[in-house]
Design a protein around this ligand. Structure first.
Ligand SMILES: [Zn+2]
Ligand SMILES: [Zn+2]
Length: 560
């Protein structure tokens, strides 16, 4: 085990301790800002460049965004003693058995305590058994429906614990990459696997390490939790990277093509009759199979090999194609920045125009704008457009789609906006009623003011299922009415799911990438939305954000 790797694992352990403190405080019903501080610090650690110990000494850790004096002190304690007294106290206060029930099944503290007292249950397995054999349903204020809900919550959480979200996985992969690059003899390190394919959730980090002396390196490498390390030489790096990246289905398809040419592609090598062929890069391997390089995002075994063989792979949309940043909340509703700050930051990020979309009046919980507030915001945008050069601000709203499908605000007010994103935020028990939800969304698309359907299924990755909705009907209506559908770039949403994009594209539906930014950092969510667009096979021409501001405005006006 080398210093770099030891450092990586120590950092993972400290981040986990901070997360656990956050969770235990939350279980205790502590102030949510305090809870969030620990989670933010855990995330900030993942992104911190360099060694934590030297960062602590030279003060750079203290200056890192997301790490405050309290969390810094705990990080220091963990680095110096390997323990955190706050965590020890919390663990004593909330016994592990209760934590298991609360976290493993999403129970409230009161419910977990009741179950523990009445049934003596301490593990998720015991809880699941009690939910299935009727003991749970018989408890006061429980019933069969609650018991069934608990069984599902347990299953969901079991699934979720195997995965992490893409933005987390990317940060971890980058940290691991820098650690591995410092090992002696390492020429380069590349992230492969699900991260390189931009999967929205990632079960395992896969890193390809290129070195002249694979044996020496392998001897020095210990196992790394949650990651798979592949060692390759410069001569085999292409085959190693390719086989460490593709999904099983993609690799099976390539394997068949290889076999048809008297070759074999397996175990990180391209061989003929047992002899390895030179495969320094992926281009060489694909060329041996008579294929152009297939972009990593597409390597899912969903027809991309056939398209590549016919020379009809889409030319995927790129970062440089994006001209507009859409879906940004300001502090007028539940965001943390002013319009001006967002405008300056999007200009700096290379955008030519910015679509401001605060919440509408029905979203009271999110500080939705009353009509007079919205009117004031429109004036402010006029003023800023006069003052600021190099960025154009467009007037939008993220309007709630009300229960009957109406767009929040009356038409006179909507008519004064440049564009409207319509989103379902309140579900009124429609979550399991596909017909009602579909009718609600289809009705919203009949409004001539709706430009974009926001986060169309309402899912939160690893925590909330999409609501039941007939997506085929939604896509067909969007095509008919000229309404765009959003890929929400919030890494917790990434909604519409990339798997539906080919269908939407084939139907001629325009796709908009929304940052759903609630802060300046949130503008970076555009990158995740872009990754999903690419994964779904979209070209620049399919994506609204590649239009000029005038072209985008014309798109919105066409429906009115
Ligand atoms: Zn929303
Ligand atoms: Zn939003």
């Amino acid at each position: 085990m080398t210093d770099g790797l030891a450092e990586f694992q120590e950092r993972q352990a400290i981040a986990a301790a901070l997360e656990e403190i956050g969770s235990l405080l939350e279980l205790k019903g502590e102030n949510r800002f305090r809870v969030r501080a620990f989670r933010t610090a855990a995330r900030a650690l993942a992104g911190f460049g360099g060694s934590l110990r030297s960062g602590l000494e030279d003060g750079s850790l203290a200056r890192t965004r997301g790490i405050g004096p309290v969390t810094l002190a705990i990080i220091a304690e963990l680095l110096q003693t390997g323990r955190a007294s706050l965590l020890d106290d919390l663990r004593e206060e909330i016994p592990a058995g209760l934590v298991r029930l609360i976290e493993g099944a999403g129970l409230s503290v009161t419910r977990a305590q009741l179950i523990h007292e009445r049934l003596g249950i301490e593990t998720v397995e015991e809880l699941e058994a009690a939910a299935l054999d009727g003991r749970l349903a018989a408890l006061p204020r429980f019933g069969a429906k609650t018991a069934a809900g608990i069984v599902k919550a347990i299953a969901d959480r079991r699934e979720a614990s195997r995965y992490r979200l893409l933005h987390r996985a990317l940060a971890e992969a980058e940290t691991l990459r820098s650690a591995l690059r410092q090992l002696p003899g390492v020429l380069r390190v590349e992230a492969a696997g699900e991260v390189r394919r931009s999967m929205e959730v990632v079960s395992e980090l896969v890193m390809v390490i290129v070195t002249e002396d694979a044996r020496a390196l392998e001897r020095g490498l210990g196992p790394v939790a949650g990651a798979r390390l592949v060692v390759a030489t410069p001569a085999t790096a292409g085959a190693a990277l390719l086989t460490a990246t593709g999904s099983d289905d993609h690799l099976r398809g390539l394997g068949e093509r290889a076999a048809a040419r008297g070759l074999a592609l397996a175990d990180g090598a391209l061989t003929r009759g047992g002899t390895a062929l030179p495969a320094p890069d992926e281009t060489a391997v694909y060329a041996a199979l008579d294929l152009p390089v297939i972009p990593p995002e597409l390597r899912e075994g969903r027809g991309e090999i056939e398209l590549a063989a016919r020379g009809t792979l889409p030319i995927l949309v790129e970062r440089g194609d994006l001209r507009g940043c859409l879906h940004c909340h300001t502090r007028a509703s539940d965001g943390t920045n002013t319009i001006e700050q967002l405008a300056v930051a999007s200009r700096k990020a290379g955008y030519q125009w910015l679509g401001i979309t605060d919440h509408s009046q029905a979203a009271a919980y999110a500080g939705g704008l009353r009509p007079e507030q919205l009117l004031r915001q429109l004036e402010e945008i006029d003023r800023l457009n006069d003052e600021l050069a190099g960025i154009r601000i467009l007037k939008g709203i993220e309007a709630d789609i009300l229960q009957d499908g109406a767009i929040d605000y009356d038409d006179d007010l909507l008519a004064r906006l440049d564009f409207v994103i319509g989103s379902v935020h309140s579900r009124f028990g429609m979550a399991a009623d596909a017909r009602a939800m579909t009718a609600r969304i289809l009705a919203a698309m009949d409004s001539p003011f709706l430009t974009i359907l926001g986060h169309p299924t309402g899912r939160l990755l690893l925590s909330r299922d999409p609501y039941e909705v007939d997506l085929d009907a939604v896509i067909a209506r969007a095509a008919e009415r000229g309404v765009a559908i959003e890929i929400n770039g919030d890494p917790h949403r990434l909604d519409l799911d990339w798997r539906h994009l080919a269908r939407a594209r084939a139907a001629g539906v325009a796709i908009s990438i929304g940052a759903d930014a609630h802060s300046l950092a949130g503008i970076g969510n555009m990158e995740f939305g872009l990754a999903m667009a690419r994964k779904g096979g979209l070209a620049a021409g399919d994506v609204l954000n590649t239009l000029s501001a005038d072209e985008f405005l014309a798109f919105a006006r066409r429906r009115r």
